[in-house]
Design a protein around this ligand. Structure first.
Ligand code: AMP
Length: 282
């Protein structure tokens, strides 16, 4: 595995590989790797000649008072895991390399960013799209891999690629979980012991919501029920629990083929998100 910190150097390497007609699979991450990230690599490995992973904790997607500083980092361990998983090129730029100047140009997502994390983290998806566009232009990937754990991010990026004719194909990868059902996340290390013990209630409550959905219970009632189950069984504070159509993220109507039930829960030092995508009769 080759570790690269400079954009120019990565672009030269990609150009050399493209001249040999090699396909490029791309896995963008913020590091502190876990089995969720590695499952993206596994899928990328199967479908491409070379696999590029980026690790960059993107300041543009963190709001004031969010956990940019406290976001866990461990470059050395990440490099070991990435190499073992079959990453060919690990791109780890620093902040100045990615954002040497601020030209002030913004990318504004549309209606899909108005709900869920877009509503509670203003500007978050502007920052995500900014870094994703830069990375796509740098890596020029044939296929790019994103986890369903960040289902809103994935839906917005799919729209971005479609609306702006970006040349990469987006691949959806299912959420990888701990044995007790908690979605794997780099942020899980910032949970206290007690919080870690109760955090699996998030997925339990969402599963219960899914059951109620298939029983035809009204959306508002499901959202209330899921939120109550989480608050009654943990110290977590509900940021949101929402049931919407997927991937439009508009209010759910029985005509929609897929729905999402998603939540964000705030613990003392960290905020966790999770979701379940539910197919409907449409
Ligand atoms: P992050 O490093 O948290 O920005 O995540 C990088 C990529 O890994 C994103 O596409 C995430 O959706 C994906 N990802 C994070 N956690 C998981 C998980 N538990 N299962 C599958 N993919 C994940």
């Amino acid at each position: 595995m080759k570790t690269i910190r400079r954009i120019n150097e990565l672009q030269e390497l990609i150009d050399r590989n493209k001249r040999k007609n090699q396909t490029v699979g791309f896995v963008p991450t913020m590091g502190f790797l876990h089995a969720g990230h590695l499952s993206l690599v596994e899928q990328a490995r199967k479908e491409n000649d070379i696999v590029v992973m980026s690790i960059f904790v993107n300041p543009a997607q963190f709001g004031p008072g969010e956990d940019f500083e406290a976001y866990p980092r461990d470059e050395e361990h990440d490099a070991k895991l990435a190499s073992e998983a079959g990453v060919d090129v690990l791109f780890m730029p620093n902040r100045d390399e990615m954002y040497p100047q601020n030209g002030g140009i913004q990318i504004l997502p549309g209606a899909q960013a108005a709900s869920l994390c877009g509503a509670t983290r203003p500007g978050h998806f502007d920052g995500v799209l900014k870094v994703v566009l830069k990375l796509f232009n740098i890596v020029d990937p044939d296929h790019s891999y994103f986890g369903m754990k960040d289902a809103q991010q994935l839906a917005i990026i799919e729209t971005f690629v479609r609306d702006f004719n970006l040349r990469t194909k987006i691949r959806r990868v299912p959420t990888i979980r701990e044995e007790d059902g908690l979605a794997k996340s780099s942020r899980n290390v910032n949970l206290s012991k007690e919080e870690r013990l109760v955090a699996p209630v998030i997925q339990k409550a969402l599963k219960n919501g899914e059951l109620l959905f298939h029983q035809g219970v009204p959306v508002k009632e499901i959202e209330r029920e899921v939120a109550n189950q989480i608050t009654n069984n943990s110290s977590g504070l509900i940021d949101y629990v929402s049931l919407l159509a997927y991937p439009s993220l508009l209010p759910y109507t029985p005509k929609d083929k897929e729905a999402i039930i998603a939540c964000a829960v705030k613990f003392e030092k960290t905020r966790l998100i999770d979701n379940i995508i539910m197919s409907t009769k449409g």
